[in-house]
Write a protein that binds this ligand. Structure first.
Ligand code: XMP
Length: 523
């Protein structure tokens, strides 16, 4: 498979570059910037892209690259820091510009360029820099400039080396996609052949080759990632896969039934439904501290999981729904990260004494939206593929105070109303905008049950019952979030339905706190 390696210099743009290349249907992977040339060669890439990065090339701890990559005979494209390190390594000079450039800037083309081919003489690009190349290395030509940055782009066509001070991967660079296409297809001669269908075929082949006749066990949570792994492994190895679904009783209304339905009727795997509801209820009784709840729930999961796993014969592999951002964001891929620390998250699995399974993580090179596309292509229903994020500890961290069967029942029913109404609201927005996560659609929405009661009146009777809090946020990554500006009639309908349909609730309030200072969850 043709592949482009993005060397990551700690940029916020590194993942974006890989995404853009994949959008153009060429497979792309990220590697730490200091990966030795021999290791890069072993991955057999067709080209290399050097990402931007926050450091100055002359800082003491400036991220380095292996200069031997410039002798590999591969086409190389550098952006921002990538241009500067290319210039510095090959004998050019990088200096401070008097004025930094942040945001949109206008470049003017000053020489013919294969990279800028087919783009206008003047165009808008996205800049974010203070340092800049002051003198290009021997053999290089300056191909564009801005009023404050003489070397906005440079190239040495004989050696297939290209670089820009600006960021073509950012949408604000109007002709950025054209430049990337010029590089991938014009300069590197690659084919836009990476598609979902041949991707599934490749993954299935890889899994079969790795697993052979052995058995695989997978902890299915009902979430997107583990479900897609389940669907993929079912296609690859069928009944050699055992899916273990630990039902802690803290999932949303009807979810356990939906998971069981999909993985017994639609996919032909060995499905084990572990009814652990009562064990969890006992362990959680009287526990009010949020962190303790999380700990109990997490520890018990592995207890339940390994109890099943140890009873199965011939299981060699444990499948996990690790996805690409889990690996990149585990910290190791930050500036100068080393491959050996990238897998440190694996150590988090508390294998019992004497028990070990090899890991199989078929999604570990895919971004979330690619995982969803895979899920759809494998036939998973929309309600799983587009399931909103849901915390591992489930409803336990949406019930303030101790978890009791009565509170769980109230929360499940109230939450079902919130989901029904906001699913419908999101579907309307989707129809209007064609985007699943359009600017104003809710990203995560649910009910929370606080540990208080308040006075109300229903019919002629005074009530003293629980309130329900509705939480709905807009976000892209949960790192920050804003409360969703839901129309009053949508909020009104949710409120009247909950009070009418959920016994024990006499009041509904809406949480209008962004994150920060609030968090998405209440515990
Ligand atoms: P917070 O509440 O920290 O949530 O703003 C950010 C995102 O993380 C989810 N979340 C969790 N997910 N285990 C999980 O698997 C947890 O303990 C947990 N706590 C929060 C939350 O739903 C939101 O998407």
């Amino acid at each position: 498979m043709q592949k482009v390696i993005v060397l990551d210099f700690g940029a916020q743009y590194g993942q974006l570059i890989a995404r853009r290349v994949r959008d153009l249907r060429v497979y792309s992977e990220i590697m730490p910037c200091d990966t030795p040339a021999a290791e890069i060669a072993a991955a057999e890439p067709s080209a290399i892209i050097l990402s931007g990065g926050p450091a100055s090339v002359y800082a003491d701890d400036a991220p380095e690259l292996d200069p031997a990559i410039f002798d590999m005979g591969l086409p190389i494209l550098g952006f921002c820091y990538g241009q500067q390190i290319m210039a510095k390594t090959l004998g050019g000079v990088v200096g401070h510009t008097e004025v930094g450039e942040y945001g949109p800037a206008t470049i003017e083309r000053v020489a013919p360029s294969r990279l800028l081919d087919g783009t206008p003489e003047e165009q808008t690009v996205w800049m974010s820099h203070r340092d800049a190349v002051a003198k290009v290395p021997e053999g290089f030509t300056i191909t564009s400039s801005t009023s404050v940055c003489p070397v906005a782009s440079m190239e040495c066509a004989e050696r297939n080396l290209y670089a820009t001070q600006f960021h073509p991967e950012v949408r604000h660079s109007t002709y950025g996609t054209q430049m990337l296409s010029n590089f991938l297809f014009g300069i590197c001669g690659l084919e836009p052949s990476w598609s979902m269908d041949n991707l599934i075929d490749n993954l299935v082949d890889e899994v079969r080759a790795k697993v052979g006749d052995n058995r695989v066990i997978l902890g299915l949570s009902g979430g997107v990632d583990s479900s897609v792994v389940g669907a993929l492994l079912s296609r690859a190895i069928g009944k050699q896969l055992t899916c273990v679904f630990v039902n802690h009783g803290l999932l949303r209304k009807n979810e356990p039934e939906e998971v069981e339905e999909v993985f017994t009727k639609q996919f032909d795997v060995d499905f084990v439904h572990v009814h652990a509801e009562e064990r969890y209820a006992k362990l959680l009784a009287g526990v009010t501290d949020p962190e303790q709840k999380r700990k109990i729930i997490g520890t018990q999961f592995w207890e339940e999981f390994f109890t099943v796993a140890q009873k199965l014969d011939g299981v060699k592999f444990l499948a996990q729904g690790t996805i690409y951002p889990d690996i990149i964001e585990s910290g190791a891929r930050k500036t100068g990260g080393k491959a050996s620390t990238i897998k440190s998250h694996h150590n988090l699995i508390p294998f019992p004494e004497g028990v070990h399974f090899d890991l199989i993580e078929p999604l570990d090179h895919f971004f979330k939206d690619e995982v969803r596309a895979l899920g759809t292509a494998l036939g998973l229903p929309d309600h799983i593929v587009w399931r909103q994020p849901f915390p591992g500890p489930g409803l336990a961290i949406r019930i303030i105070g101790d978890v009791t069967p009565e509170k769980l029942e109230i929360l499940k029913n109230a939450d079902a109303v919130v989901r029904e109404e906001l699913d419908a609201y999101n579907a309307l927005l989707f129809e209007e905008t064609g985007e699943r996560n359009s600017e104003h659609s809710c990203w995560q929405y649910f009910a929370v049950l606080p540990d208080i009661r308040s006075v109300g009146v229903m019919g002629d009777e005074r009530t003293y019952q629980r309130p329900v809090i509705v939480r709905a946020v807009e976000s892209t990554d949960a790192m920050t979030a804003d409360w969703a500006k839901l129309p009053y009639d949508v909020l009104g309908k949710i409120s009247s339905r909950i009070v009418a349909e959920v016994p024990g609730v006499n009041r509904v309030v809406y949480d209008c706190t962004p994150k920060p200072p609030g968090t998405v969850e209440w515990e």
